[in-house]
Design a protein around this ligand. Structure first.
Ligand SMILES: [Zn+2]
Ligand SMILES: [Zn+2]
Length: 302
């Protein structure tokens, strides 16, 4: 384990990604194509994190419940096939929606998963039935949802989002908080500024809970390489607060195509060092350490 950390630290090279979507959810290719790409890039580890089955309609993005067994089996078979080259992990990105999503830990055990990313993409509306979709490529869907579900009141909408993230942290057992502040992706300083006190307080409150629960915060590069945002998720000021609280972080590309598995990981690693993350936080980047501490990892580090 020490040698993996040491190499990452010395070379500034991230050789793993734990946020990957294949065609089992909304990714573009079969899992094996991602594995081949990851080996080509010299990865030590690749984790698959399909969107977990979710009872919402329409649902074109998530893994189907009747495909879960097959998905996990395919990853285990690929692990056997490529065991001399890479360590594979079968995880899921689970959506938290009060009253809709299933219990994370129960499902993780039932499905035999190695790890769970907890994320919020859909926020129940205040004004009418339905869910505000805060993600995706189309800014208009964000804007229309804001109007339809929250009467255009951005503060109410953002508060609802972070309350949902907080409830997830307080009530679910999982490993990694996915793209913590993705709700700001389509905002682009149009409805509010990150510097506003009310917004900062919402984020800081959530960070305090994350620190208490010793969860890992994902540093997600997708918004940058898809050019949907000009910062990482979380934003630089949030990363500084994470550093202050000694919260562990994990760099992820949130790949939806094989060629995205390492997108901006190394560049972001350099940026994190510039923000001030030091040796003990870099140590925390080691995924084996993170999962070992959470007691969930099934596979041994190489
Ligand atoms: Zn996500
Ligand atoms: Zn994702």
């Amino acid at each position: 384990m020490w040698s993996i950390q040491r190499i990452h630290y010395l070379q500034g090279v991230i050789k793993y990604n734990f946020h990957t979507h294949s065609s089992y959810s909304d990714g573009s290719a079969e899992p094996e194509e991602y594995v081949i790409q990851a080996i080509r890039e010299g990865f030590t580890d690749l984790g698959f994190s399909e969107h977990a089955p979710l009872a919402v309609t329409p649902n074109t993005f998530a893994l189907r419940e009747d495909k879960v067994e097959e998905y996990v089996r395919v990853i285990r078979d690929l692990q056997e096939k490529y065991k001399d080259s890479i360590t594979l992990h079968a995880g899921m990105e689970m959506d938290y929606i009060l009253g809709i999503s299933g219990n994370f830990a129960t499902n993780a055990v039932r499905w035999g998963l190695d790890y769970v990313i907890g994320s919020v993409h859909l926020v129940p509306g205040e004004n009418e039935e339905g869910l505000w979709f805060i993600d995706g490529p189309d800014q208009r869907i964000y804007d229309e949802g804001l109007l339809k579900f929250f009467g255009g009141d951005i503060r109410k909408a953002i508060e609802a989002y972070y309350l949902q993230v907080k409830k997830m942290i307080l009530t679910e057992d999982f490993d990694i908080v996915g793209h913590l502040d993705k709700v700001r992706m389509h905002n682009k300083n149009r409805f509010f500024q990150d510097e506003e006190g009310w917004y900062r307080e919402l984020v800081l409150d959530v960070l305090d809970e994350i620190a208490k629960r010793k969860l890992v915060v994902e540093v997600n590069t997708r918004g940058l390489y898809k050019k949907r945002n000009d910062q990482l998720f979380p934003a630089t000021w949030v990363l500084k607060e994470i550093l202050k609280r000694d919260i562990s972080i994990l760099l992820s590309s949130d790949a939806h195509k094989p060629e995205e598995v390492s997108n901006l990981l190394n560049e972001s690693f350099v940026a994190l060092k510039e923000i001030g993350f030091k040796t003990h936080q870099l140590k925390a980047i080691n995924p084996h350490q993170i999962f070992k501490e959470r007691g969930r990892i099934n596979s041994k580090p190489r």
